[in-house]
Design a protein. Structure first.
Lengths: 337, 288
């Protein structure tokens, strides 16, 4: 039987079909089939600080989680609201600076600055992005790409908040243990919260705005308000990540507006699987340690991950998550044509 | 007088940067975020050919322009063609290519202040009471000639008309037998060559630094957005607006604010009039 005469077909596994409906509650096997992937993710994330050796790699865990929060917010905004924001650095920088200012000028402890930075930063970013909300597609992408550069230049030009040196001497978290578990829990809460959120009525409106905004408008729903809400959610996540970053490095500066924070989460989303919300986290878990391993090669690692990015966009645009999900839920066989 | 002369020079160099980007977007609707990388790679290829291989300056420029054109066409043929029409993927893919080129050059040792290209002609001229060197004058003349040449090319040659047809309505162009993929590839090649021309004209005025690739990208996007994406004439006029605005800020406020002006121009234009000053995009498509 040559390959020309047959084709591959994919069929859902029996257990997948059974566990789709209410039958899932009937047996432990179906239940465990449903919960296993989630359990592995949660248990894996929570046990990471114990599994990873050395101070250096412990620090990498926190960085992974910060990128993961950022990538989550990108994925949510791009694939559930239809706003492609290339300005992850804008969120990180705003959150980082707000946390830095609150801590060094008003000496507010880290466990208060992080939520405060999330809320104030989210409001600030939403306010600044409000005029661009009517834009779509490439225009929104370009304008959000410009914002972090703009902020960095403003800080540089006016020489405020420490100018090019940045704010130094910011308090760190109580211990590295607290720091890691805080960011890990934040990633998990945001992940499952968002997954729940996009299926609620509000989430449905977001998806509808992405698919056909005119129709949503015609139904008498104020789309700008909903877009603003989505941007607020995404930007407060980003700002919280930025605030954590500031406290981890005990420093906030212009480099928090650097393009790294815009490009790496996007790369992670594309590699992990866009539109799945879990994908970005998997992508970060792979990409960030790889980029740490390649640190010796200097800027070559940027070359390396941009090439991976291009490869994934061209040949596996669904990402790892889609591939894994297919293997988990379906089996393949050759059939005669 | 100083403001007038240097404003014009600055404007022409901005227009040179922006033309390639405007051309590619106008024809193939691909926002080429690798524009800055193409600009900088042309400078380095010229430098390598001129200093390492010892070719005459003029020939090395021509060769590097060819290399750039081929690079642009390859980029379209093998990478961008697969994601065409998908906005997010186009931006990410082209930006990633640009990033790979720029950071690759940085890794390859092209950094620091010791890479310069010679100017075309030494000496300077007094315009009014402002000294202007010949190279800047040549740059202005070539810039204006290039815009005029592009106009003639797109209005009076077969390929130019085909490109214009594709820019206006791709499906109709397809029906009339214009191979849209081939034309988009050509447009990408031309855009890359234009980036190279801008590089060979502007780079001799300073050092070749890798970081300027990012600035060129930002400036060309600024010019194109303010002028209206896809409109070449718009890009040309917008270059004058931004160019003068920049020189005015440098003279009256401070050179720190030069980039702020460009970024502010982009943000304000997108908010107030997303189709740009001269754009003819359908308003509905870009904003609700």
């Amino acid at each position: 039987m040559s390959t020309q005469e047959s084709r591959k077909e994919r069929i859902d596994r029996g257990i997948k079909v059974r566990s789709d409906g209410l039958y899932a509650l009937m047996s432990w096997r179906e239940l465990s089939y449903l919960t296993l992937p989630r359990f592995i993710l949660i248990a894996g994330m929570l046990s990471l600080p114990f599994l990873v050796p050395g101070m250096y790699w412990q620090r990498v865990i926190s960085i992974v989680c910060i990128y993961a929060i950022l990538a989550l917010s990108f994925d949510f905004l791009a694939h559930y609201v239809g706003l492609v924001s290339l300005g992850g650095a804008f969120f990180i920088g705003t959150g980082g600076y707000i946390a830095g200012i609150l801590n060094s000028y008003f000496s507010i402890p880290p466990f208060l600055t992080v939520p405060l930075a999330a809320i104030i930063g989210g409001a600030f970013c939403t306010l600044l992005l409000l005029p661009c909300l009517p834009l779509k597609g490439v225009y929104f992408a370009i304008v959000t790409l410009m914002y972090p550069l703009f902020m960095a230049r403003i800080i540089e030009a006016f020489d405020i908040f420490g100018g090019t040196d940045g704010l130094i001497g910011i308090d760190s978290f109580a211990s590295s243990f607290a720091e890691q578990y805080f960011v890990i829990c934040m990633v998990l809460i945001f992940l499952f919260g968002l997954r729940r959120f996009v299926t609620t009525d509000r989430g449905l409106i977001f998806t509808a705005i992405m698919d056909n905004d005119q129709a949503v408008k015609a139904s008498g729903i104020n789309i700008t308000r909903y877009k603003a809400l989505a941007v607020f959610i995404a930007s407060s996540m980003g700002c919280m990540a930025g605030a954590c970053l500031t406290h981890i490095y005990m420093w906030s500066g212009i480099s928090q507006f650097a393009l790294d924070f815009s490009i790496l989460p996007i790369a992670a989303t594309v590699i992990g699987g866009s539109g799945s919300l879990v994908g970005p986290i998997l992508g970060c878990l792979i990409l960030v340690p790889v980029s740490e391993l390649l640190r010796d090669f200097g800027t070559l690692r940027i070359v390396f991950y941009s090439l991976i990015l291009v490869g994934f966009i061209l040949f596996k645009s669904g990402g790892i998550m889609e591939f894994g999900q297919r293997k988990y839920e379906q089996f393949e066989r050759w059939t005669q044509i | 007088m100083e403001i007038l002369v240097y404003g014009t020079i600055n404007s022409v160099s901005l227009a040179l940067m922006g033309l390639g980007f405007a051309m590619i977007y106008g024809i193939s609707r691909v926002p080429n975020f690798a524009h800055g990388a193409l600009y900088i790679i042309c400078g380095f290829v010229t430098w390598t050919l001129f200093y390492k291989l010892g070719l005459p300056y003029f020939i090395s420029i021509i060769l590097s322009l060819c290399v750039n054109g081929i690079l642009g066409m390859f980029m379209y043929r093998f990478i961008l063609i697969r994601v065409r029409g998908m906005n997010i993927s186009e931006i990410i893919a082209s930006y990633a290519i640009g990033l790979a080129i720029i950071e690759g050059l940085r890794y390859g040792g092209f950094r620091g202040m010791n890479y310069t290209l010679p100017v075309f002609m030494e000496g300077s001229l007094m315009i009014g009471n402002v000294p202007v060197d010949f190279h800047r004058l040549i740059m202005m003349v070539i810039g204006v000639l290039l815009v005029a040449g592009l106009w003639v090319f797109t209005h009076h040659t077969r390929i130019g008309l085909a490109l214009q047809g594709m820019a206006q309505d791709e499906r109709a162009a397809l029906m009339l037998g214009i191979d849209s993929d081939f034309m988009a590839m050509l447009a990408m090649g031309f855009g890359a060559v234009l980036a190279g021309v801008a590089a060979t004209l502007i780079l001799p005025l300073g050092n070749i630094v890798v970081e300027s690739g990012y600035n060129v990208l930002i400036m060309s996007i600024a010019v194109c957005i303010v002028g209206g994406l896809g409109s070449w004439m718009g890009a040309f006029f917008a270059a004058f607006i931004i160019g003068y605005a920049q020189i005015l800020t440098v003279v009256f406020i401070g050179s720190h604010f030069q980039m702020v002006v460009a970024l502010l121009a982009i943000i304000l234009t997108l908010i107030l009039k997303p189709s740009g000053l001269f754009g003819h995009q359908k308003e509905l498509e870009e904003r609700v």
